[in-house]
Ligand binder design. Structure first.
Ligand code: CP
Ligand code: NVA
Length: 300
């Protein structure tokens, strides 16, 4: 593994290596055992979109590993004025030991990996959110012990989260169901791959998708960059919500996860969110541990 661009690039053993190391780093952190595995390394963190969790967990993570993080807003970089990714990364490769980038177009992340000489980590694109799903899988493993054979149902927009959950879930042996309106399906190639490689369904029927689920997952109806479509999407996604009725269709003790930020009253009700707050905030915490594992494996 040289980069983390999207989960389809990872092998089954990459997943176990990352998740096992994440568990170990979490244990060490909780027990005051220092692990300065990236002493004096610098991670550049390029953001073309807002972030709370990704920014803070990467910055704290690299610090705890003995290195430092540089927050690079695209508003202040020449990349925000049109300098291309290929040139930017050829320059930054001379200064940095790794780059985390959050942007719109997946191609920009792929170009960084192609033209640069240092590891590139996708911190979210319109297509994928691999760091989030690694933390999600880590959290499901903590609560359910094993991923294999567990059913994960995603309700809502077939967006970056849905795309990455399908790939990550299936590669780890989970059954994945997506409930979304027909016009908002996940990436067509990912659907095709999932149908050929695992137990997968995509349906507009929320109750059918949620039946027998071990994990219910949702995300906002309008992602970053889609703010102008918010009103139209509120109509299209009406009912695509995790609420107590939908939860009732899932298996007893089913987890509820959300990548956050949440719009309570839209994709999830406040009562279901609060009833599962421990799981959701453990999931957010696990961003830190999972990304530390990714950085160690890529940058050491
Ligand atoms: N879940 C997630 O990536 O959160 P941020 O947008 O706050 O980084
Ligand atoms: N789908 C959301 C995820 C945020 C973490 C977005 O792209 O805005």
């Amino acid at each position: 593994m040289k980069h983390l661009l999207k989960l389809s690039d990872l092998s089954e053993s990459d997943f176990s290596e990352i998740l096992d190391l994440a568990d170990k780093l979490k244990y060490e952190r909780k027990n005051g055992i220092s692990h300065k595995l990236l002493q004096d390394k610098t991670l550049g963190m390029i953001f073309r979109k807002s972030s709370t969790r990704t920014r803070v967990s990467f910055e704290v993570g690299i610090h705890e590993l003995g290195g430092q993080g540089l927050f690079l807003s695209s508003n202040d970089l020449q990349i925000g004025r049109g300098e291309d990714a290929a040139d930017t990364v050829r320059v930054l490769s001379r200064y940095l030991d790794g780059i985390m980038i959050r942007t719109f177009d997946q191609q920009e992340v792929e170009d960084m990996a192609k033209f640069g000489t240092i590891p590139i980590i996708n911190g979210l694109t319109d297509y994928a959110h691999p760091c989030q799903v690694l933390a999600d899988l880590m959290t499901i493993r903590e609560y359910k012990k094993d991923l294999k054979g567990k059913k994960m149902t995603f309700i809502g927009d077939g967006n970056n989260m849905a795309n990455s959950l399908i790939v990550g879930g299936i590669k780890c042996g989970m059954e994945v169901a997506i409930a979304c309106p027909d016009e908002y399906k996940p990436d067509a190639d990912i659907i095709k791959w999932a149908e050929a490689n695992g137990k997968f369904t995509c349906t507009p029927d929320i109750m059918k998708a949620s039946d027998g689920a071990d994990v219910l997952y949702t995300d906002v109806w309008a992602s970053m960059g889609q703010e102008g479509e918010a009103a139209k999407r509120r109509v299209a996604f009406e009912g695509y919500q995790i609420n107590s009725k939908v939860y009732g269709a899932a298996n007893e003790g089913a987890m509820v996860l959300h990548c956050l930020p949440a719009h309570k009253g839209e994709e999830i009700t406040a009562d279901v969110f609060e009833a599962h707050a421990n799981e959701i905030f453990d999931e957010a915490e696990n961003r830190l541990h999972a990304q530390k594992a990714v950085m160690v494996l890529l940058m050491k």
